[in-house]
Design a protein around this ligand. Structure first.
Ligand code: PAF
Length: 286
């Protein structure tokens, strides 16, 4: 496995792979890798001749400076994991290598067709601009055949599908397939997340309540007379009822439009919860 720090070196390696007719898989990450990321990388290694993994804590998608500073970083450990599961290249640039000073100022503009106006987009203004900025740049540089994203960040996944399949940028990516990968959970049910590293042992125990309530809510949705509004409120009340957890939002929306829905068909419930100072997200399909 080779670690690459510059765009030029990345372009050289991509060009060499393309010349040899190799298929390319890309797994964009912000590092602090866990079993969820490993599942994306394993899938890419199985599907493609070579796998590029980017490890880049993208400053332009953080609207909270403290969150950016505290985001866990450990390239050595990440590289050891990636090498053990068969990644071919790791691209780990500095912010200065990735962006010009102007680009760093979060001036990137993109037409989200409204997908950024709800949930994470509403709570974290500018967040998805930064995500599209970095992911589109990685796509231009790596020109992958397939790119792998986790369903835990469901809104991000919808926006990336929109970018590649429907937006004005769509013709610039060639024949690129976005591969959706299921949430990986700990045995307790807690969704794997780099942010879990910031939870104490007690907080981690408390955080298990989030997925427990979400799974229970699948049963609530099947009860006679259950309404979307009713289940939504019941989830909020149940999570808030757990000492140490505070719901920021829970919205049951249509999986395609991300707009509120009044039926459980094609619905997904997306939650953001504070566990102490740590902001966790999860989702469940109905
Ligand atoms: O999901 C993430 O870790 C990030 O948003 C991504 C897609 C790597 C872009 O920085």
């Amino acid at each position: 496995m080779q670690i690459i720090a510059t765009k030029q070196e990345l372009l050289n390696q991509v060009e060499a792979c393309k010349k040899e007719g190799k298929t390319i898989g890309l797994v964009p990450t912000m590092g602090a890798l866990h079993e969820g990321h490993a599942s994306l990388v394993r899938r890419s290694v199985a599907d493609n001749d070579v796998t590029f993994v980017s490890v880049f804590v993208n400053p332009t998608q953080f609207n909270n400076k403290e969150d950016l500073l505290k985001y866990p970083r450990n390239l050595e450990r990440d590289a050891a994991l990636l090498s053990s599961i068969g990644a071919t290249y790791v691209f780990a640039p500095t912010p200065e290598e990735m962006y010009t000073a102007d680009e760093m100022k979060d001036t990137f503009q993109f037409d989200f067709a409204g997908l950024d106006e709800v949930m994470e987009g509403k709570m974290r203004p500018g967040h998805f601009n930064g995500v599209v900025q970095v992911v589109s740049r990685l796509f231009y540089l790596v020109r992958p055949d397939r790119a792998y994203f986790g369903e835990k960040d469901f809104q991000q996944l919808c926006i990336i599908h929109h970018m590649v399949e429907r937006s004005s940028l769509k013709d610039t990516f060639g024949k690129l397939e976005i591969v959706d990968c299921p949430i990986v959970r700990e045995e307790s049910g807690l969704a794997r997340s780099s942010r879990n590293e910031r939870l104490s042992a007690d907080e981690k125990q408390t955080a298990v309540g989030i997925s427990r309530v979400l799974f229970e809510s699948q049963q609530w949705a099947k009860e006679a007379g259950a309404t979307v509004q009713g289940v939504q409120q019941r989830v909020i009340d149940a999570i808030n009822g757990i000492d140490g957890l505070e719901v920021e939002y829970y919205e049951i929306v249509d999986r395609t439009t991300l707009r509120p829905t009044d039926t459980f068909s094609n619905a997904i419930g997306c939650v953001t919860v504070y566990c102490g100072p740590v902001r966790l997200i999860d989702n469940i399909r109905y």
